[in-house]
Design a protein around this ligand. Structure first.
Ligand code: TEU
Length: 695
């Protein structure tokens, strides 16, 4: 089956994603602000020590805290259903936790829960169609996409030259990781000037041309807003260093030493990249907070001037025509003014001391609402999409940040699903798709009409999902198609990370010298300093390094993949058969399968906005669901295992409705290892007891 030919000449500017929306409705969505529900927000009861565990679990923050604890321990959260556990009073639990851990933990998490007065509002009816719900997003990591000038670093010119790869794929919106001027201590996530383009990435004129080229193809484009911190080379920080007590000193967390403990930082917070989250600057005799690399000082959002600056940056880019932002660790921006110490036990569990105080801080909702009102939903201009990257945020806190009635974010990247069971990214283990199935069914079952979710398996911070599930080469193509089928037919907004469409896998890096990732280098050094052998340290770093998601894209079958005519900034290993050119020439490739999936998604509203009803969820190894929109019904079947799977109650007549399968040989009633199928299914005959769709 040939991929539907794309019109090579740019389509008239018709921003895609609203599907069959009549123009009039589109204008309403574009010109007017979304009418927010004005009904009273559901409120949470205040929890005291007489409350029971089940009361705590009924609280949105309480549920996320307990789910996270069970997830980290690899235990089922159904323990809460046990009447003894659920019926336990919090003061009893507190005594038990102190007895076994010596820690005062329960009051801290109860205070965190009580700091959230509202529960998500499930809303009524169907979710409101918006372009970002119906769109397929594609993450471009510009440094590794394509290099147009031979300096070995991907650039905006390279994206322009290969934009039709994304248009031919069927992408609706492109997300660019940072292209701003930066010293690149953290791959551009350390911004030196928000209104200038990194020299090696190109010019503002080229960015303007890229924006226009996306729109000319009916695609949208969003950039990456990194405003939890700046680079220490940013003008604001330089001014703060010059006058720490001046206006720019208050842009950051610059604290004097405690005279009684001059060598101790203000608290015990740690950096996500290992080591303390504080750096002593002798020139100004201040500690500076950096929850990431030392060159990434955190901005103090308590300061209204900081918030004004961010509004101006957003507006400046909106005036250049971008359609929104992915907002880097945006849930970290509200720090409690007293900067309390992190809890030792939580720090051990999360491997970062102090994060419990700022992953969902006291003024987060307020800051997000203000930013949306002042920049993203500015009167007189079309609303822009707000995609929050929110490490540590769970299902319920994610709903509280994105509910259509909340006026905050539109979507969040919650990362709980990227490691199955109790595993961490730093372990070499096999990701369990059955665990992900249960996670996804639970997540979908909790979404109301005010809610929506993102669907992603990879980004530039994580290893490749195929390698995590099953690195055996024989399964690579089938697994690549299965993950694409899951992501592009499930209810939610899919974000494809560059290379996924080519079944990208982890790279056989040979040593720390191969890597560019600051996190990997700092972790390797910390492990060796703590006494680990270089071999053991390398094993941990190799399995986890973010560089697996940052390897330059391969455009052709040449040894370097045609990414650059120079020396690539990150080593590119040969990967025969998995370049764009080779996959485009192979009708059964993963790339062609992604193209067909996206075309199918565009043709069937059921796959964009339809209800989801899961089929045989208890059948281990099988993952199936219906997507329904009116009389349109699509059925998806996946074999999550590396063994054939028999479907005893399969109706052979159904095979006539097969719309797209991962395998050329289709055996009725049996799915091959990691086989995926998409069927058109007969409409439900009303009254025949059709399963209730998951709301
Ligand atoms: O990532 C934040 C984040 O959650 C991950 O980077 C994670 O904290 C990190 O990998 C340590 O495990 C965002 C960006 O995506 C990342 O590339 C940046 O390094 C980071 O923020 C700082 O800007």
């Amino acid at each position: 089956m040939d991929v539907p030919a794309r019109t090579p000449t740019p389509a008239p500017v018709r921003l895609r994603g609203l599907g069959r929306e009549p123009r009039a409705r589109y204008r309403l969505l574009v010109q007017g602000r979304k009418k927010r529900h004005r009904r009273a927000r559901p409120e949470n009861p205040t929890l005291d020590d007489a409350a029971r565990v089940r009361d705590f679990y009924a609280h949105p923050v309480g549920r996320d805290v307990i789910d996270k604890m069970f997830h980290l321990q690899g235990r089922s959260n159904r323990w809460v259903d046990n009447p003894i556990v659920g019926g336990m009073r919090l003061r009893t639990l507190d005594r038990l936790v102190r007895l076994f851990t010596g820690h005062e933990l329960v009051p801290l998490v109860v205070d965190l829960a009580n700091s959230e007065p509202h529960a998500p509002d499930p809303g009524e009816g169907q979710p409101e169609p918006t372009w970002w719900k119906e769109a397929v997003f594609y993450q471009v990591y510009p440094r590794s996409f394509a290099d147009s000038d031979g300096d070995g670093v991907g650039d905006v010119g390279g994206i322009l030259e290969h934009l039709d790869h994304l248009a031919d794929l069927g992408v609706d919106c492109v997300w660019l990781s940072p292209i701003y001027d930066s010293p690149n201590e953290d791959g551009g996530y350390d911004v030196r000037d928000y209104r200038a383009v990194m020299a090696e990435m190109g010019t503002l004129d080229q960015v303007d041309a890229l924006i226009a080229a996306c729109h000319a193809r009916g695609m949208r484009i969003i950039l990456d807003l990194v405003v939890n911190h700046t680079s220490h080379e940013h003008e604001w920080f330089q001014r703060a260093l010059a006058d720490p007590d001046g206006p720019h000193g208050a842009y950051y967390f610059l604290l004097p030493a405690d005279p009684e403990h001059p060598d101790q930082p203000p608290n015990n917070w740690e950096s996500a990249f290992t080591g303390p989250a504080w750096r002593w600057i002798p020139e100004i005799e201040r500690w500076v907070l950096h929850v990431f690399a030392p060159g990434q000082p955190d901005l103090n959002w308590e300061n209204p001037r900081v918030r004004d600056e961010v509004v101006e940056v957003c507006r400046w880019w909106f005036d250049r025509g971008i359609d929104g932002f992915r907002m880097d660790v945006i849930n970290f921006i509200s720090k409690p003014p007293d900067l309390p110490d992190g809890h030792e036990l939580i720090g051990d569990l999360l491997q970062v001391a102090g994060v419990e105080h700022y992953f969902y801080g006291p003024r987060l909702h307020e800051y997000l609402r203000e930013l949306r009102e002042r920049a993203f939903e500015r009167p007189g201009s079309p609303p822009r999409v707000m995609v929050g990257e929110t490490p540590g945020i769970g299902v319920e806190t994610g709903r509280l940040l994105t509910g259509a009635d909340r006026g905050e974010l539109d979507l969040v990247f919650s990362f709980d699903h990227l490691e199955s069971g109790s595993h961490s990214r730093f372990e070499d283990y096999r990701y369990d798709l059955e665990w992900y199935k249960r996670y996804l069914i639970d997540y979908q079952s909790r979404l109301g009409s005010n809610d929506w979710m993102t669907l992603f398996f990879e980004n530039h911070d994580n290893p490749r999902m195929i390698s995590k599930v099953n690195p055996e080469p024989e399964h690579r193509v089938a697994l690549g198609k299965l993950l694409g089928t899951l992501q592009l037919t499930m209810r939610g907004t899919p974000f494809i990370h560059q290379g996924q469409e080519l079944a990208a896998v982890n790279q056989p890096f040979t040593g720390i010298g191969d890597l560019q990732d600051v996190e990997a280098h700092r972790r390797f050094r910390a492990l060796v300093d703590e006494g680990a052998s270089e071999e053991d340290a390398w094993a941990q770093v190799l399995t986890s390094t973010r560089d697996h998601g940052r390897v330059p894209l391969r455009w052709d079958a040449s040894p370097g993949g045609g990414f650059t005519t120079g020396t690539p900034w990150l080593v590119v290993h040969p990967d025969p058969g998995f370049s764009v050119a080779e996959q485009a020439a192979d009708p059964d490739s993963v790339l062609q399968h992604y193209r067909r999936l996206i075309a199918l998604r565009r043709r069937h509203r059921a796959l964009r906005m339809g209800d989801v009803t899961f089929v045989d969820p208890e059948r281990v190894g099988f993952f199936g669901w219906f997507r329904t929109w009116g009389t349109q019904r699509i059925r998806v079947e996946l074999n999550l295992t590396d063994e054939p799977l028999t479907l005893p109650d399969h109706d052979p007549d159904a095979d006539a409705g097969l719309l797209l399968g991962s395998h050329t040989v289709v055996r009725s009633g049996t799915l091959a290892p990691y086989e995926s199928r998409v069927y058109r299914w007969p409409a439900v005959q009303q009254g025949l007891g059709a399963p209730e769709p998951q709301r």
